[in-house]
Design a protein around this ligand. Structure first.
Ligand SMILES: *Cc1c(COP(=O)(O)O)cnc(C)c1O
Length: 457
């Protein structure tokens, strides 16, 4: 029955009568105008593809302002935001401490291409509160951090091949835009045009939660595997929570084979705890990558490891890696201000229990109505899955057809002032700025939307 849905920004409700419980579409006239203009200048009108709203109804919303847990778009619509810039904003939008620190540092200029004390201050704050790394290098994005971590692993082991998992995202560098072919252990197939096949041949792709595949890969490519890279909390293709025991298995098999284990913690770092997933599961990876939260909303990435391993990085060692704006003072300032808040005692306890209460209430509601719906959660990350399964641990376990339900839900949520990432494969985040009243409002909206989705199934 949703086949007849009109183009959402026409907002013409006369032609299609509203179905049970539906709200009229929000006005998107200004956003639609801005989108038309943006399309003249950017491919698809955007600077990062998911922003184009291709998997949900309507045109992307152009955001004018964010404050606390709220967002306002160009048409003046107000939303409670559960996307939080895809993760970085764990304190919410425009946090006064972050804003003030950034403004203070900016008074002295914005970039020098020379060392500043701010870099050391952020590094010290991180390393003094994180037993899993001894040295760190700042980059300007998560992609760069991961790309550099892979180069470090290859340089240190003098091996070329890497193992990655289907359903984990590690940014858009050539070696990592590779997906599984068919079979247990496969050379990857490129998942983007423009990547030489020779690159994909160095990337072995296996399923998550599959020990045999990893064992087979190590046997098949004996002494050739430089590293295994995983999102220890896979959160870019649903939330595919792995068993702690599986992550420990990866640790052990890497050690046994002289390969390095990389935890890509660009999402989970400073999110599931100050020490990220390494701390959460208490597993020591060889290299950890960070991004998102680490920059307080400004572009920062980082990779860290033991002092010995990091001595391979130039200028100490032979693995080259650099950046004109790496360690940028303004970005460092935002990171320092944000991480200082996170390092305070009880920060994560409060945020995580608030999120747990929120997702438990949603799950209770859905279960009481026997809806085919699960909320998966770790820390303050959650994912709405339209499934009956108790666990979803591999990308193959996600039914693409269930995304139609998410699409319907997303539209109803937007119309009730709730902003979620525009794809059912994306997770949501609760920030410290979401208070009890905000979450109560969101819960009620979510209950209504679930009723609509399952009434219209
Ligand atoms: C977001 C993300 C990246 C890429 O970071 P960018 O800053 O977008 O380049 C890499 N790995 C993981 C796990 C991510 O979530």
């Amino acid at each position: 029955m949703f086949d007849s849905i009109k183009n959402i920004f026409n907002n013409n409700n006369e032609e299609t009568p509203l179905l049970y419980g539906e709200k009229p579409d929000i006005i998107r006239e200004k956003s639609a105008e801005l989108y038309e203009k943006a399309k003249q200048y950017f491919p698809g009108g955007v600077n990062s593809p998911v922003r184009a709203f291709k998997s949900v109804y309507g045109t992307p919303l152009f955001i004018e302002k964010g404050d606390g847990c709220r967002l306002w778009d160009a048409d003046g619509n107000e939303f409670i935001d559960f996307c939080c810039s895809w993760g970085p904003l764990i304190l919410g939008h425009n946090h006064p401490k972050v804003r003030e620190k950034v403004i203070e540092v900016m008074q002295n200029g914005m970039s020098f291409g020379a060392p500043t004390a701010l870099e050391t201050e952020l590094a010290e704050l991180i390393i003094k509160n994180n037993k899993f790394i001894e040295k760190i290098r700042f980059t300007s994005s998560g992609t760069e951090a991961v790309m550099s971590a892979i180069r470090l692993a290859r340089g240190a082991t003098k091996r070329d091949k890497i193992i990655k998992f289907e359903g984990c995202y590690h940014g858009h560098s050539d070696s990592l835009l590779v997906k599984a072919g068919s079979g247990l252990v496969t050379f990857g197939e490129t998942s983007s045009a423009g990547i030489p096949k020779a690159f994909a041949d160095e990337t072995v792709v296996v399923s998550l939660n599959d020990k045999e595949a990893v064992k087979t890969a190590f046997e098949q490519f004996k002494d050739q595997i430089a590293c295994v890279i995983i999102e220890p909390v896979p959160a870019n293709n649903g939330l595919l929570l792995q068993d702690a025991e599986y992550l420990q298995f990866l640790r052990d098999i890497c050690t046994a084979n002289g390969a390095l284990l990389i935890f890509d913690e660009v999402i989970s770092g400073f999110r599931v705890g100050f020490e990220g997933a390494a701390g959460y599961y208490n597993i020591q990876p060889d290299i950890i990558t960070y991004g998102k939260i680490i920059g307080g909303g400004l572009p920062v990435g980082a990779y860290g490891a033991s002092a010995t391993l990091m001595s391979n990085i130039s200028p100490d060692g032979a693995v080259y890696q650099a950046g004109t704006l790496s360690g940028n003072p303004v970005a460092m300032a935002a990171g320092i201000a944000q991480l200082s808040e996170l390092a305070k005692s009880n920060f994560y306890k409060e945020l995580n229990s608030k999120t747990e209460e929120f997702t438990n209430a949603i799950q209770r509601y859905a279960s009481s109505k026997s809806y085919q719906f699960k909320v998966f959660r770790i820390g303050s990350i959650f994912w709405f899955a339209f499934t009956d399964a108790e666990k979803v641990q591999t990308s193959e376990a996600i039914d693409p057809a269930s995304m139609e339900k998410f699409k319907m839900m997303h539209r109803e949520l937007l119309n009730r002032g709730m902003y979620f990432g525009p794809s059912g494969y994306e997770v949501g985040f609760v920030s410290a700025a979401h208070n009890k009243i905000d979450l109560e409002k969101a819960k009620r909206a979510i209950f209504e939307c679930l009723d609509i989705v399952f009434k219209n199934k």
